[in-house]
Design a protein around this ligand. Sequence first.
Ligand code: GCB
Length: 604
Amino acid sequence: MKNKILLSLITVMMTVAVEAQEVPQVANIMSRETMSLNGDWHYIVDVQEEGYYDYRMNPTRWGFFRNAKPQKPEDLIEYDFDKAATMRIPGDWNTQDERLFFYEGTVWFKTSFQAQVPIENCRTLLYFGAVNYDCRVWVNGHEAGHHIGGFTPFNFDVTDMLQNGENTVIVKVDNKRKAEAIPTQIFDWWNYGGITRDVLVVKVPETYIENYKLELQKADVNAKQREITMTAHLNKPEAGQTLTLTIPELKVKQQCVTDAEGNASLTLRIPSKRLSLWSPDNPKRYSVTLASDHDVVADSIGFRTIETRGKQLLLNGKPIFLRGISIHEEKPFGGGRANCTADAHTLLSWAKELGCNFVRLAHYPHNEYAVREAERMGILVWSEIPCYWTISWTNPDTYKNAERQLTDMIRRDQNRANVIIWSIANETPHSAERDLFLSRLSKHARSLDSSRLISMAMEVTSASNYKNRLQDNMNEYVDVISFNQYIGWYRDVNDAPKMEWEIPYDKPVIISEFGGGAKAGLHGPKNQRWTEEFQENLYRENIGMIDKIDGLAGTTPWILKDFRSPRRVLDGIQDYYNRKGLFSDNGEKKKAFYVLQEWYEKKK
Ligand code: GCB
């Protein structure tokens, strides 16, 4: 009844249904022809999803996505994007509107852009670097697509929805926590909502290079010649297209032809003497172009190998110790999602000052700028999906979601020389269901990328007296044994010197977390919690202990900088920050910074 009244009250622009299509991720979006939609977008906070459901909770045809306007004075339309406030996109809503600091729910966004259509032989994609968490997108009233997962890119083909002149994009974002989601309902970081990464309109030819991967093959360190393989895939199963790979500095110009599936590959043979390998000391990247009959992509690519030999980790065939630190994707000063090169540069410079050659980008894929900036600065990367704590292991949709996030993380960064570890989980409780879920994920990661290592942050399984044992069925599915331990914070620090570690696997070991909290500027005796001296002592004791662990190949202490977390409620100390940073939320160094710096200096 209510709908009927509405119908008679408003003149509705009837839209012709246009097929919505999500297309697979397009590699190296930054080198495409793009128009940025970053800027100020109007937004409407919609606690009850009034703009999507009717009063019987059925999706309504009259939702906010219509961007309706009154046509006659008596028309009733109870929203108006153009009168609504604006916020900066990309950006989280929590730090842009005081009312939304703790908000977890739905917000609608609107922007518009100009287009001239049709564009001969081209498709137009609408690209989102990431939206947290569940989003629906409409272009000119047509539904372009739906995406879940807060930290990976996606794009919709919107070619058939565009019109000459002004085009409207409306995005509904919902970041409510769900038990079956990845991550699940509880996690120790801020659930920043919104369109948190770039939005681009991308022009591609009808047939374009969807993705490509260049990979240096492993070889003996004394090999006279090295092989680099290139595999590429078109967006269409089109045979007979010539792909030309050019790397001027290596005097490479080589061609291959696509098969019936639109795949092509080739192998380059380069004299070892000519090839300068990427490493933290020599972050060398080559200018590479890959051209098809209709498309061309340009990239900067470094070449290196990463492998294990027993308990050793080998970069370019030589043992390396990973002097790492964990980082959350938060702005260096104050809270809020980091989303640009400048943010990444500041955080990574702090890591460099600490003596790091490695960072653990926790607990979800960070933005592409951060990974590329780390590559430019010579910093190795551990990248992970938010398969964190209590996942719904038996839910098939949850598995699909995790696998999709893993795929998109790998596809986006598969040409980044600095990424050496894909991590599939963090601190997950043991069970047969979990083993099945995670072993499938591990196999999936390997099937997409055999050139990197797989790991996951495990937990100590038994601790009696001073004996700690790490036993995990997932050992056979990972290349590196990593685990988190909190002696000195969740266990007594005085025990550190007596601890023994039993890690019964012939694989390198990374301590993926250790640490404790301190409020910057709070001083006192070393046994007083929250003081800088407590944290400083905890670092000393931990370093003394872990340095003796057999097979230790690296550490990523928790964490570079204090970060926002709703779990951390202690007034006057935490104030909704996890205080385990070596830097405060305002970028002040705490005393423990110097302890780790001193150890890393010795490890160089
Ligand atoms: C952990 C988690 C990390 C937390 C940290 C803590 O083990 O992996 O996400 O923030 O402990 O501070 O307790």
